[in-house]
Design a protein around this ligand. Sequence first.
Ligand code: ZN
Length: 452
Amino acid sequence: MSANTKRTWLKEPLAILAEGSDGGVVVEGSRIVELVPAGTHPAGIAETVDCSRLVMIPGLINTHHHFYQTLTRAHPDAINKELFDWLKALYPVWGKALNRESFRLATRLALTELLMSGCTAASDHHYVFPAGLGDAMDIQVEEAERLGMRITLNRGSMDLSQKDGGLPPDSVVQTTEEILKDCERVIKAWHDPAEGSFNQVALAPCSPFSVTTELMKQTAKMAKSCDCRLHTHLGETHDEDAYCLEKFKCRPVDYLEETGWLADRTWLAHGIHFNDEEVERLGKAKVGICHCPTSNMVLASGICRTRELETAGVKVGLGVDGSASNDNSNMMEGVRHALMINRLKYGAAAVTHADALRWATEGSAACLGRTDIGRIAPGMQADIAFYGLDELRFSGAGDALAALVLCGAHRAEKVMTGGKWCLEEGLPLGVDIEKLRAEHGAIARKLAGAVT
Ligand code: ZN
């Protein structure tokens, strides 16, 4: 029997987020092949991993981030501001802070933080391409591979600068032609739609206030012809509503429709300020929304209408958002914040810990258009996060799955992606975290004015 086909029993976890599998699961190659009922022993097992002190959940899936922003966390020019002022303060800093080396370290750091929190698949929306950073997407593929994680590369873009009525300065935008050409290149190089894929590509103009209508339309066309997904920021602030009304004489969802984006291949970051009629339209089109609770609280943007959106047929996933508006990349913390902010809006009974975990797993997978990850079930990829409950914060907990969210798990003990271990004893196998901390901190101090 080869190493690929050996059957590994992840045996008798303390708790598991999958019905009928109290005895654990069997993994063969990259997939989960069997759920084990309590008290039974699966046949033909080559290796057994004792999970009796671990809680198992599907690997978390982050559907919105800006890895490069780890270089400008808690930036003195941006703290205590709302989105538009926050962006205007940071665009020039990002333009200066980004080069191939700083971008690589920022990517490595963000992915490592995500992985340590139990994340197995990440989606990064990168839209700042200063001179010399043409291979940003390629760098991200290398870094995700090094950690054993899945990545959805969002080839982001901005082609509308201040001189044309946009928000970003000239120094960080590209021409429409340049962008479309590179989108095509990135899709050809990295978009793998196959089951179990580690690299996929989405096309992702930054937002209505930083790209031209022409780019929105052309991008939608390209995504359709290449069968990849579309992503952008939408419905984040009232400033955006006002901008669209003034500039396009319509609201953001109308603009989405006009540009060919109201489709099930689209998922949107934030999705807060939609009216009832817009919620219905988004649901009918089966658009996805990446809920970013932590970022929305930090920037005081508002609360996503998760309940109404799901009822209407919208897929709701979860994201940490960029590390300058969160300012960390901890997916489990995002799950906890999702529970809290939604309870504030809908009440305690209407939003459970299982809902918050579902958004971060199944919901996120649906946003990314994936049916092979996000659940622990036979045939699914073996992407699993394991948490120990030995820390003081868990002592006395009765429901182990609820404890992850309510007591605030923030660090996984083991993580498996596609049947391979990529984190053990709380540490990633592909990176030296002390060295990474020193290198990333040093380059942020040098280029972005960080103090730590
Ligand atoms: Zn964002």
